[in-house]
Every structure is written in C-alpha cells, then in structure tokens.
Design a protein around this ligand. Sequence first.
Ligand code: COA
Length: 337
Amino acid sequence: MTTRRARIAGTGMYVPERVVTNDDLAQLMDTSDAWIRQRSGIVERRFVVPGEQTPADLATRASQEALAVAGLEPGDVDCILLATLSAQHEFPGTSFFLHEQLGVGEIPCVDLRAQCSGFLYALSMADSLVRTARYERVLVVGCEVHSTGVELATRGRDVAVLFGDGAGAVIVEANDDPSDSAAILDVRLHAEGRHARKLWIEAPGASLAKTRVTHEMIDDGRIFPKMDGRFVFKHAVTRMPEVLLETLSGASLKLEDIDLFLFHQANLRINEYISQQLGIPAEKCLNNIDRYGNCSAASIPMLLAEAQRAGRLSPGTVAAMTAFGSGFTWGSAIVRF
Ligand code: COA
C-alpha cells in the first residue's frame, strides 16, 4: 500500500487595483521614498478602496483563480482554511464570508491566526487533513487588508509603510498516483509566545476593560500595530534559515535540490541577508515586496501564484517556502510540483 500524499493543484492571487507609492505615503506622514526603499525594498503597495472592497472579496478572487488553474469548481472543495491577521469582522471569521461568496454548500471553514506564518500553518493542516483522508481537497487561503488597520500618520510610520493588501490561494488535493511525484514533502512549524508583544495590536481585546475598545484606547493609538523592528529583524534572520534547514533535513534534501525559494515578504533586506548566509543564488529567490509590500499571510501564496503564472512551477519543480511573523511564529514547507 502506498502512503497517500497531498499536492498543490492550483494557485491564485488577487490584489486591489489601487496603487499607493512611497511618495503617496509621504503626503500623509513624515517619511520618504528613499527611507522606505533603502530600509525595506518596498516601492509601492496596493490598498483597497475603503468601504468598497472587503477581505473576502480579495480572497474570493484569489480562490477563483486557484480553482480555475486546478480545473475545479467551488463544489469540488471539501474544506476551507483561511489564514489572516486582518479579519473582516470580530466574528465570524473572514472564511465564512468567503464561503458565502464562493457558494460552496455546507462544507466546513475556519480562520487561522498565525500572522505572517499563517499560510504555512494552514498548508500544514491541509496536508494532514488530506493525507489522513479526512478530505480530498482543501482550499487554503492567505488574505490581508492591512490598509484600514495601520496608522497612516507620522506616529505609525515605522509600521504603516511596510504593509499592503492582497490575497493568495492554493488547492491542496490528494495524490494517489504512484507515477506522479507532486507532493508536499515536509512542513515544520514553530512558535514562541513569550515574544507576542514585540509585534502586535493590543486593542480591541477581551482582556482590557469593560468594553473591548474605549475612546481612550483609540486616542492612545492602541488599536494600531506596534513593533520592535530591530528585535523582529534579528529573530527573523535567525529563525528563517534555521527552520528552512530543519525542513530540508526532514525532506532528505539539500539546499542545492531546491529550484525556487519563496521567503515571506517582510523586508527585502531580511531575504537578501538569509540568501547571502546560505549561499542561495539570487535567480532562485522570488520576491514581490517591491510591488506589494508585506501582505502577511498572503505573501507566500501570492508568490506561488506569480511563479505559476510565469511558468516557473513545472512538474518536478521543488519549492521551499519560509516565513516568520508575529507570535512569534515561523515555519517552512518543501513542495514538489
Ligand atoms: N520614515 C522615515 N523615518 C522612519 C520611518 C519612516 N517610515 N520609520 C521609522 N523612522 C525613523 C525612526 O524614527 C528612527 O529615527 P531616529 O534614528 O531619529 O530615532 C530611524 O528612522 C531608524 O529607525 P529604526 O527603527 O532604527 O530603523 P531600522 O533600520 O531598524 O529599520 C525596519 C526599521 C522596520 C525597516 C526594520 O527594523 C525591519 O525591517 N524590521 C523587521 C520588520 C519585520 O520583519 N516585520 C514584519 C515581520 S512579519
């Protein structure tokens, strides 16, 4: 009896049409194109038109492309896992609004909250659900609308300039064909909750006051993300190579066996530093942070979709995906297409 494997059958992405350049942000706060480019590699990002586009709208477009690429209909999916840190509402999760818009009957769906590593957490769970034959096909989505949650003013500039809106999706499906080697080969995940407050949004919160948000919290800016940038940077450049090498070892592969490296898009400097440390050639690393900024849980599936659109995910291609984010969380996945 062969062991059942799960493979990625299709990818999709969607970003809002509204382009926001660094110069546009400099109209709203004390920052500059030179500062943002030099520190992060970001040139522009996409923002929704507030009140007109929801997270579920972006997720639906990305999911529809992933389904079309896989040659599937929404009714072919058995379960939806959606990773996000910028939920459409307090509850229920964004996945339920995606569920409504896709029209998928009564299949289960759930939101996962593992921030910038969220897609890899969801991919790992989809892999397990498919390999244990609980489901045949799982739609895995990363989706963020950051633009309505960051403080677009000088007080919030250290975080606000880094983030963008977007969604990416993949179909994880069973592969029982022994002649087809496409598979999720290994996924490794980690977390370190003691650093939760190094990158977080404190309010609204169920632990704070009689109500989850007060006028005072809003005035104090406690509803906006706060980050110890240098601390996060230092941990990202340590944890990402560590977990990538751990996952390679789990998959019995070497760095040279990897055709494409898809690192989370938090900062181009982080990714350049890691590539340099590990001796990874630039042409094997895909980045889109210059065009989209940090789209958290959506960054890696967006990179995957761009790779597929560019014809870089041919049968046999081995891709390594690695992320680090708030929580702290970090993880890596090795996938053969
Ligand atoms: N525009 C202009 N100046 C800014 C600015 C902005 N948008 N944001 C901060 N600054 C200022 C700071 O106030 C500081 O000024 P000072 O020296 O007068 O005090 C100066 O720029 C340097 O700030 P610093 O925070 O030391 O910069 P840095 O070199 O650490 O770079 C980050 C900042 C955020 C780009 C960097 O720390 C980083 O990328 N960290 C990791 C972020 C990350 O990965 N986050 C997501 C994880 S999923």
